[in-house]
Design a protein around this ligand. Structure first.
Ligand code: ADE
Length: 337
């Protein structure tokens, strides 16, 4: 398996990205936009439901990166998308084994909390992923070193994302806590837990993918587009289907931008708060163009150490050549006189 802790891997360049998506409708806009091709034969165990699509995408750092989008597939019995945590966890494990990514992204749609500013079509980058639906209350288990750790906290998860404030600003996405459960509905207990953790979006896969990535030391983020308002007055399923296409288009656009920004850079370069260090006018294609041009661009003011050095050497060479040319021309001019 891949060597090194998740934290140390933040300082490796992102060259291979795996994107895990539950629903075909969420995946299609990105597959079409980047002309990703289905892997044939499948890289997964015979009978596995998930389908991998792969391709190369040009990144802002000036290089091509490899992207594998894994759609969790369709249930053979019920003929519906494989949503929720079981399929997401299996897809994450199998695609990390098959593709050895530098980064995994759980991408999809979610319910948002209007009391925290979420609106339909907003896209959120995770600061942390938790499980509000994995509840093991009042349970304490002695651990090997004699400390007592609680299964309650284990169940909840607390999978922190790397700090990526600059990325959020450059890609024009919001940031917040993403919370997962296997249920679309929202019980009073769900609501209490979601609010106590300050979750801004509620969905059904991210924490499961985050758990797999934590076990295998692969950096992970979630990117979620809002289809429905959890604390609103419309029925969730109705609002979800009414906004699925629009939210999936917004997801494609922002996901393309995030991938375009990150490709060829190190996650550690994108830490920091949203306000500083990023030239938003020359960002990674995040300007509001109605959702059609994501991920095509880019020049970053905020560059890596390598980039800084290369830029400095280039400037020094230009100055040196200009001075040399100036002196040469002066000598020719003086010689003629
Ligand atoms: N996916 C989209 N909307 C959702 C919601 N309200 N809860 C869980 N998953 C969702």
């Amino acid at each position: 398996m891949v060597e090194g802790s998740t934290a140390s891997r933040r300082y490796e360049k992102v060259q291979v990205i795996v994107i895990i998506v539950a629903m075909e409708q969420e995946a299609q806009p990105f597959i079409l936009k980047h002309s990703l091709k289905e892997n044939n034969p499948s890289p997964f165990e015979h009978g596995s439901p998930m389908i991998a699509y792969s391709g190369e995408i040009s990144a802002a750092a000036g290089q091509m990166i490899t992207v594998h989008l894994i759609w969790n597939g369709r249930c053979k019995i019920h003929n519906v998308n494989h949503v929720a945590t079981t399929a997401a966890g299996v897809s994450a494990y199998a695609s990390i084994a098959a593709f050895k990514p530098d980064l995994v992204i759980s991408a999809g749609t979610a319910g948002g909390f209007s009391e925290l500013g979420a609106k339909i079509g907003d896209v959120y980058l995770s600061t942390k992923c938790v499980f509000h639906g994995r509840r093991i209350p009042h349970s304490v288990q002695p651990s090997r070193d004699g400390c007592r750790s609680t299964l309650e906290e284990y169940g909840f998860g607390h999978f922190r994302s790397p700090p990526l404030g600059h990325l959020a600003a450059a890609a024009g996405v919001k940031q917040g806590v993403v919370s997962s459960s296997d249920s679309l509905d929202c019980s009073a207990m769900d609501l209490q837990l979601l609010r106590s953790e300050g979750a801004v979006v509620k969905e059904m896969e991210a924490a499961a993918v985050a758990w797999v990535c934590q076990q295998l030391s692969v950096p992970f983020i979630a990117l979620k587009s809002v289809t429905d308002i959890v604390d609103g007055d419309r029925r969730t399923e109705q609002e979800f289907y009414a906004n699925l296409e629009r939210a999936s288009e917004a997801l494609q656009w922002r996901l393309s931008t995030v991938v375009g920004c990150l490709g060829g850079t190190r996650l550690g370069e994108w830490a920091g708060d949203r306000a500083s260090g990023v030239d938003i006018s020359h960002n990674c294609g995040a300007e509001d163009s109605g959702g059609s041009s994501g991920g095509d661009v880019v020049s970053r003011k905020f560059v890596s150490d390598d980039g800084d050095i290369q830029q400095w050497l280039f400037s020094a060479a230009v100055v040196g050549l200009s001075v040399g040319l100036g002196i040469g021309l002066s000598l020719v001019y003086l010689g003629r006189r």
